[in-house]
Ligand binder design. Structure first.
Ligand SMILES: Cc1cc2nc3c(=O)[nH]c(=O)nc-3n(C[C@H](O)[C@H](O)[C@H](O)COP(=O)(O)OP(=O)(O)OC[C@H]3O[C@@H](n4cnc5c(N)ncnc54)[C@H](O)[C@@H]3O)c2cc1C
Length: 405
């Protein structure tokens, strides 16, 4: 048995490994984006979104496989399932390191790794964990989340897609909607109605093969111009019972685990410092637009940065829970609301800074490239649970207010 390296030793080895394989990011850009006057900022937001573009997937899968082969694919996972067995701090240290190198972004795997894998880890049988988790963490399989339906969004317990037992299999018929990345996924975590009994007790979770006969995926065009989510039709699709996650009738608890991780994964990006919330990039934008002396812009900027800082503190509470091995709690709802609020604030701020340059492709630095961010911002209020539903959760589970009668 080899002894655990210290965090310092691990970080040094990992930095060497990354440096051998991937070019360093330009100094001004540890956020994963190229930015700055004279660099091609416009390219940044016009690059194919990996959640939309199948072309981006082979590189992402190669990157994940390479990580997996070298022990970096699931650093904090249990050794029995192929993980590295190291503390969560090592995983975080590695993620921070990767920001310094030009590695393929793996946002296309957020649902796979941030939501479906931890759900299998919590509710799957030992056999399912050992089969699925290495495949998900190595990128060999990509998962999507088949929860929402035309008649079941906020009211998820109203799911109508029906699974009927037939020997050692189930036959599923129904429709799902808003399924992000369904067109790229190999498997989908699906919640189905399996009995007529009381709500919340008649649902069961499965992993469905997205290429099985009877599965039809149709893209839905968004106002950003992209098509990251889909309608999914299931017509008498067979799912072996070995792909049932959790007990029959226990699908509500499985779904709640996934949604907790979804809020946590989305909320983790609510605080800034990197990516589109990068303070440096926003200052660069304000200066390039010649608005740095504008008192209203300065005040809005101060408000945005203050809110990002507050979100960081809540994120730290969430990170501490994860590090202690606890499932995401109600603070994940607070952070998810912070993300949608901060996206709305950011969109308003950028629109005020750019004025008409936001909607006309004049070729000016950092201008038109922001349109898809501004148009995508309202969607954050819905995905992962709407603001209103999350406020209900906070009212009842954090503040202890009574449920409406
Ligand atoms: C970008 C994006 C990606 C998504 N990806 C996925 C995915 O991969 N998989 C998936 O399954 N789903 C996905 N969704 C769907 C998302 O989970 C639903 O949009 C969300 O649950 C809301 O459901 P709904 O759209 O049916 O709206 P509804 O539930 O019909 O709500 C409509 C409005 O009524 C309000 N409302 C409803 N009930 C209450 C109440 N009790 N109290 C107060 N207000 C209420 C809501 O807040 C909302 O404003 C995605 C959505 C978005 C925007």
């Amino acid at each position: 048995m080899t002894s655990q390296p210290s965090l310092e030793e691990f970080t040094q080895q990992a930095a060497g490994w990354l440096a051998e394989r991937y070019p360093k990011m330009p100094r001004s850009d540890q956020s994963g984006f190229a930015w700055g006057e004279g660099s091609d900022e416009v390219r940044v937001f016009q690059e194919p979104d990996p959640v939309e573009e199948a072309d981006a997937l082979p590189a992402i899968r190669r990157w994940r496989q390479e990580l997996w082969d070298h022990g970096y694919g699931w650093i904090a996972g249990p050794v029995a399932c192929g993980g590295g067995g190291l503390p969560a701090a090592y995983q975080r240290a590695f993620e921070q390191l990767t920001r310094r190198y030009q590695v393929p972004g793996d946002s296309a795997l957020t649902i796979s790794l941030g939501m479906v894998a931890p759900t299998i880890g919590r509710h799957g049988s030992e056999e399912q964990k050992q089969y699925w988790l290495p495949r998900l963490y190595s990128g060999a399989q990509i998962a999507c989340q088949l929860f929402s339906e035309p008649g079941a969004g906020s009211d998820l317990a109203a799911v109508a897609a029906r699974a009927v037992r037939s020997g050692e299999s189930w036959r599923v018929t129904g429709q799902k909607v808003w399924t992000s990345g369904a067109h790229l996924a190999d498997i989908g975590e699906i919640i189905c109605r399996t009995a007529a009994g009381p709500r919340h007790k008649n649902l069961t979770a499965f992993l469905v093969d997205m290429r099985a006969p009877g599965v039809t995926v149709r893209p839905l065009r968004q106002m950003t111009g992209g098509a990251a989510f889909n309608e999914v039709f299931l017509d008498d699709v067979e799912i072996p019972d070995s792909r049932r996650i959790g007990d029959e009738g226990a699908g509500w608890a499985v779904a709640m685990t996934t949604l907790g991780h979804e809020r946590s994964a989305m909320g983790s990006s609510s605080f800034g410092g990197a990516g589109i919330f990068s303070t440096e990039r926003l200052i660069g934008l304000v200066r390039a637009a010649g608005k740095d002396a504008d008192p209203v812009i300065r005040q809005d900027f101060a408000e945005l940065i203050s809110q990002l800082r507050l979100a960081r503190y809540t994120r730290d509470v969430m990170a501490a829970r994860a590090q202690a091995g606890q499932a995401p709690g109600p603070e994940a709802a607070l952070n998810k609301i912070a993300l949608s609020d901060n996206m709305r604030r950011l969109a308003g701020f950028v629109a005020n800074v750019l004025g008409p340059a936001l909607v006309a492709d004049t070729g000016g630095w950092g201008t038109y490239a922001w349109t898809s961010v501004v148009l995508g911002a309202p969607g954050y209020r819905l995905g992962g649970g709407t603001d209103e539903i999350l406020k209900n959760t906070i009212a009842q589970r954090v503040l202890g207010l009574p449920r409406p009668s």
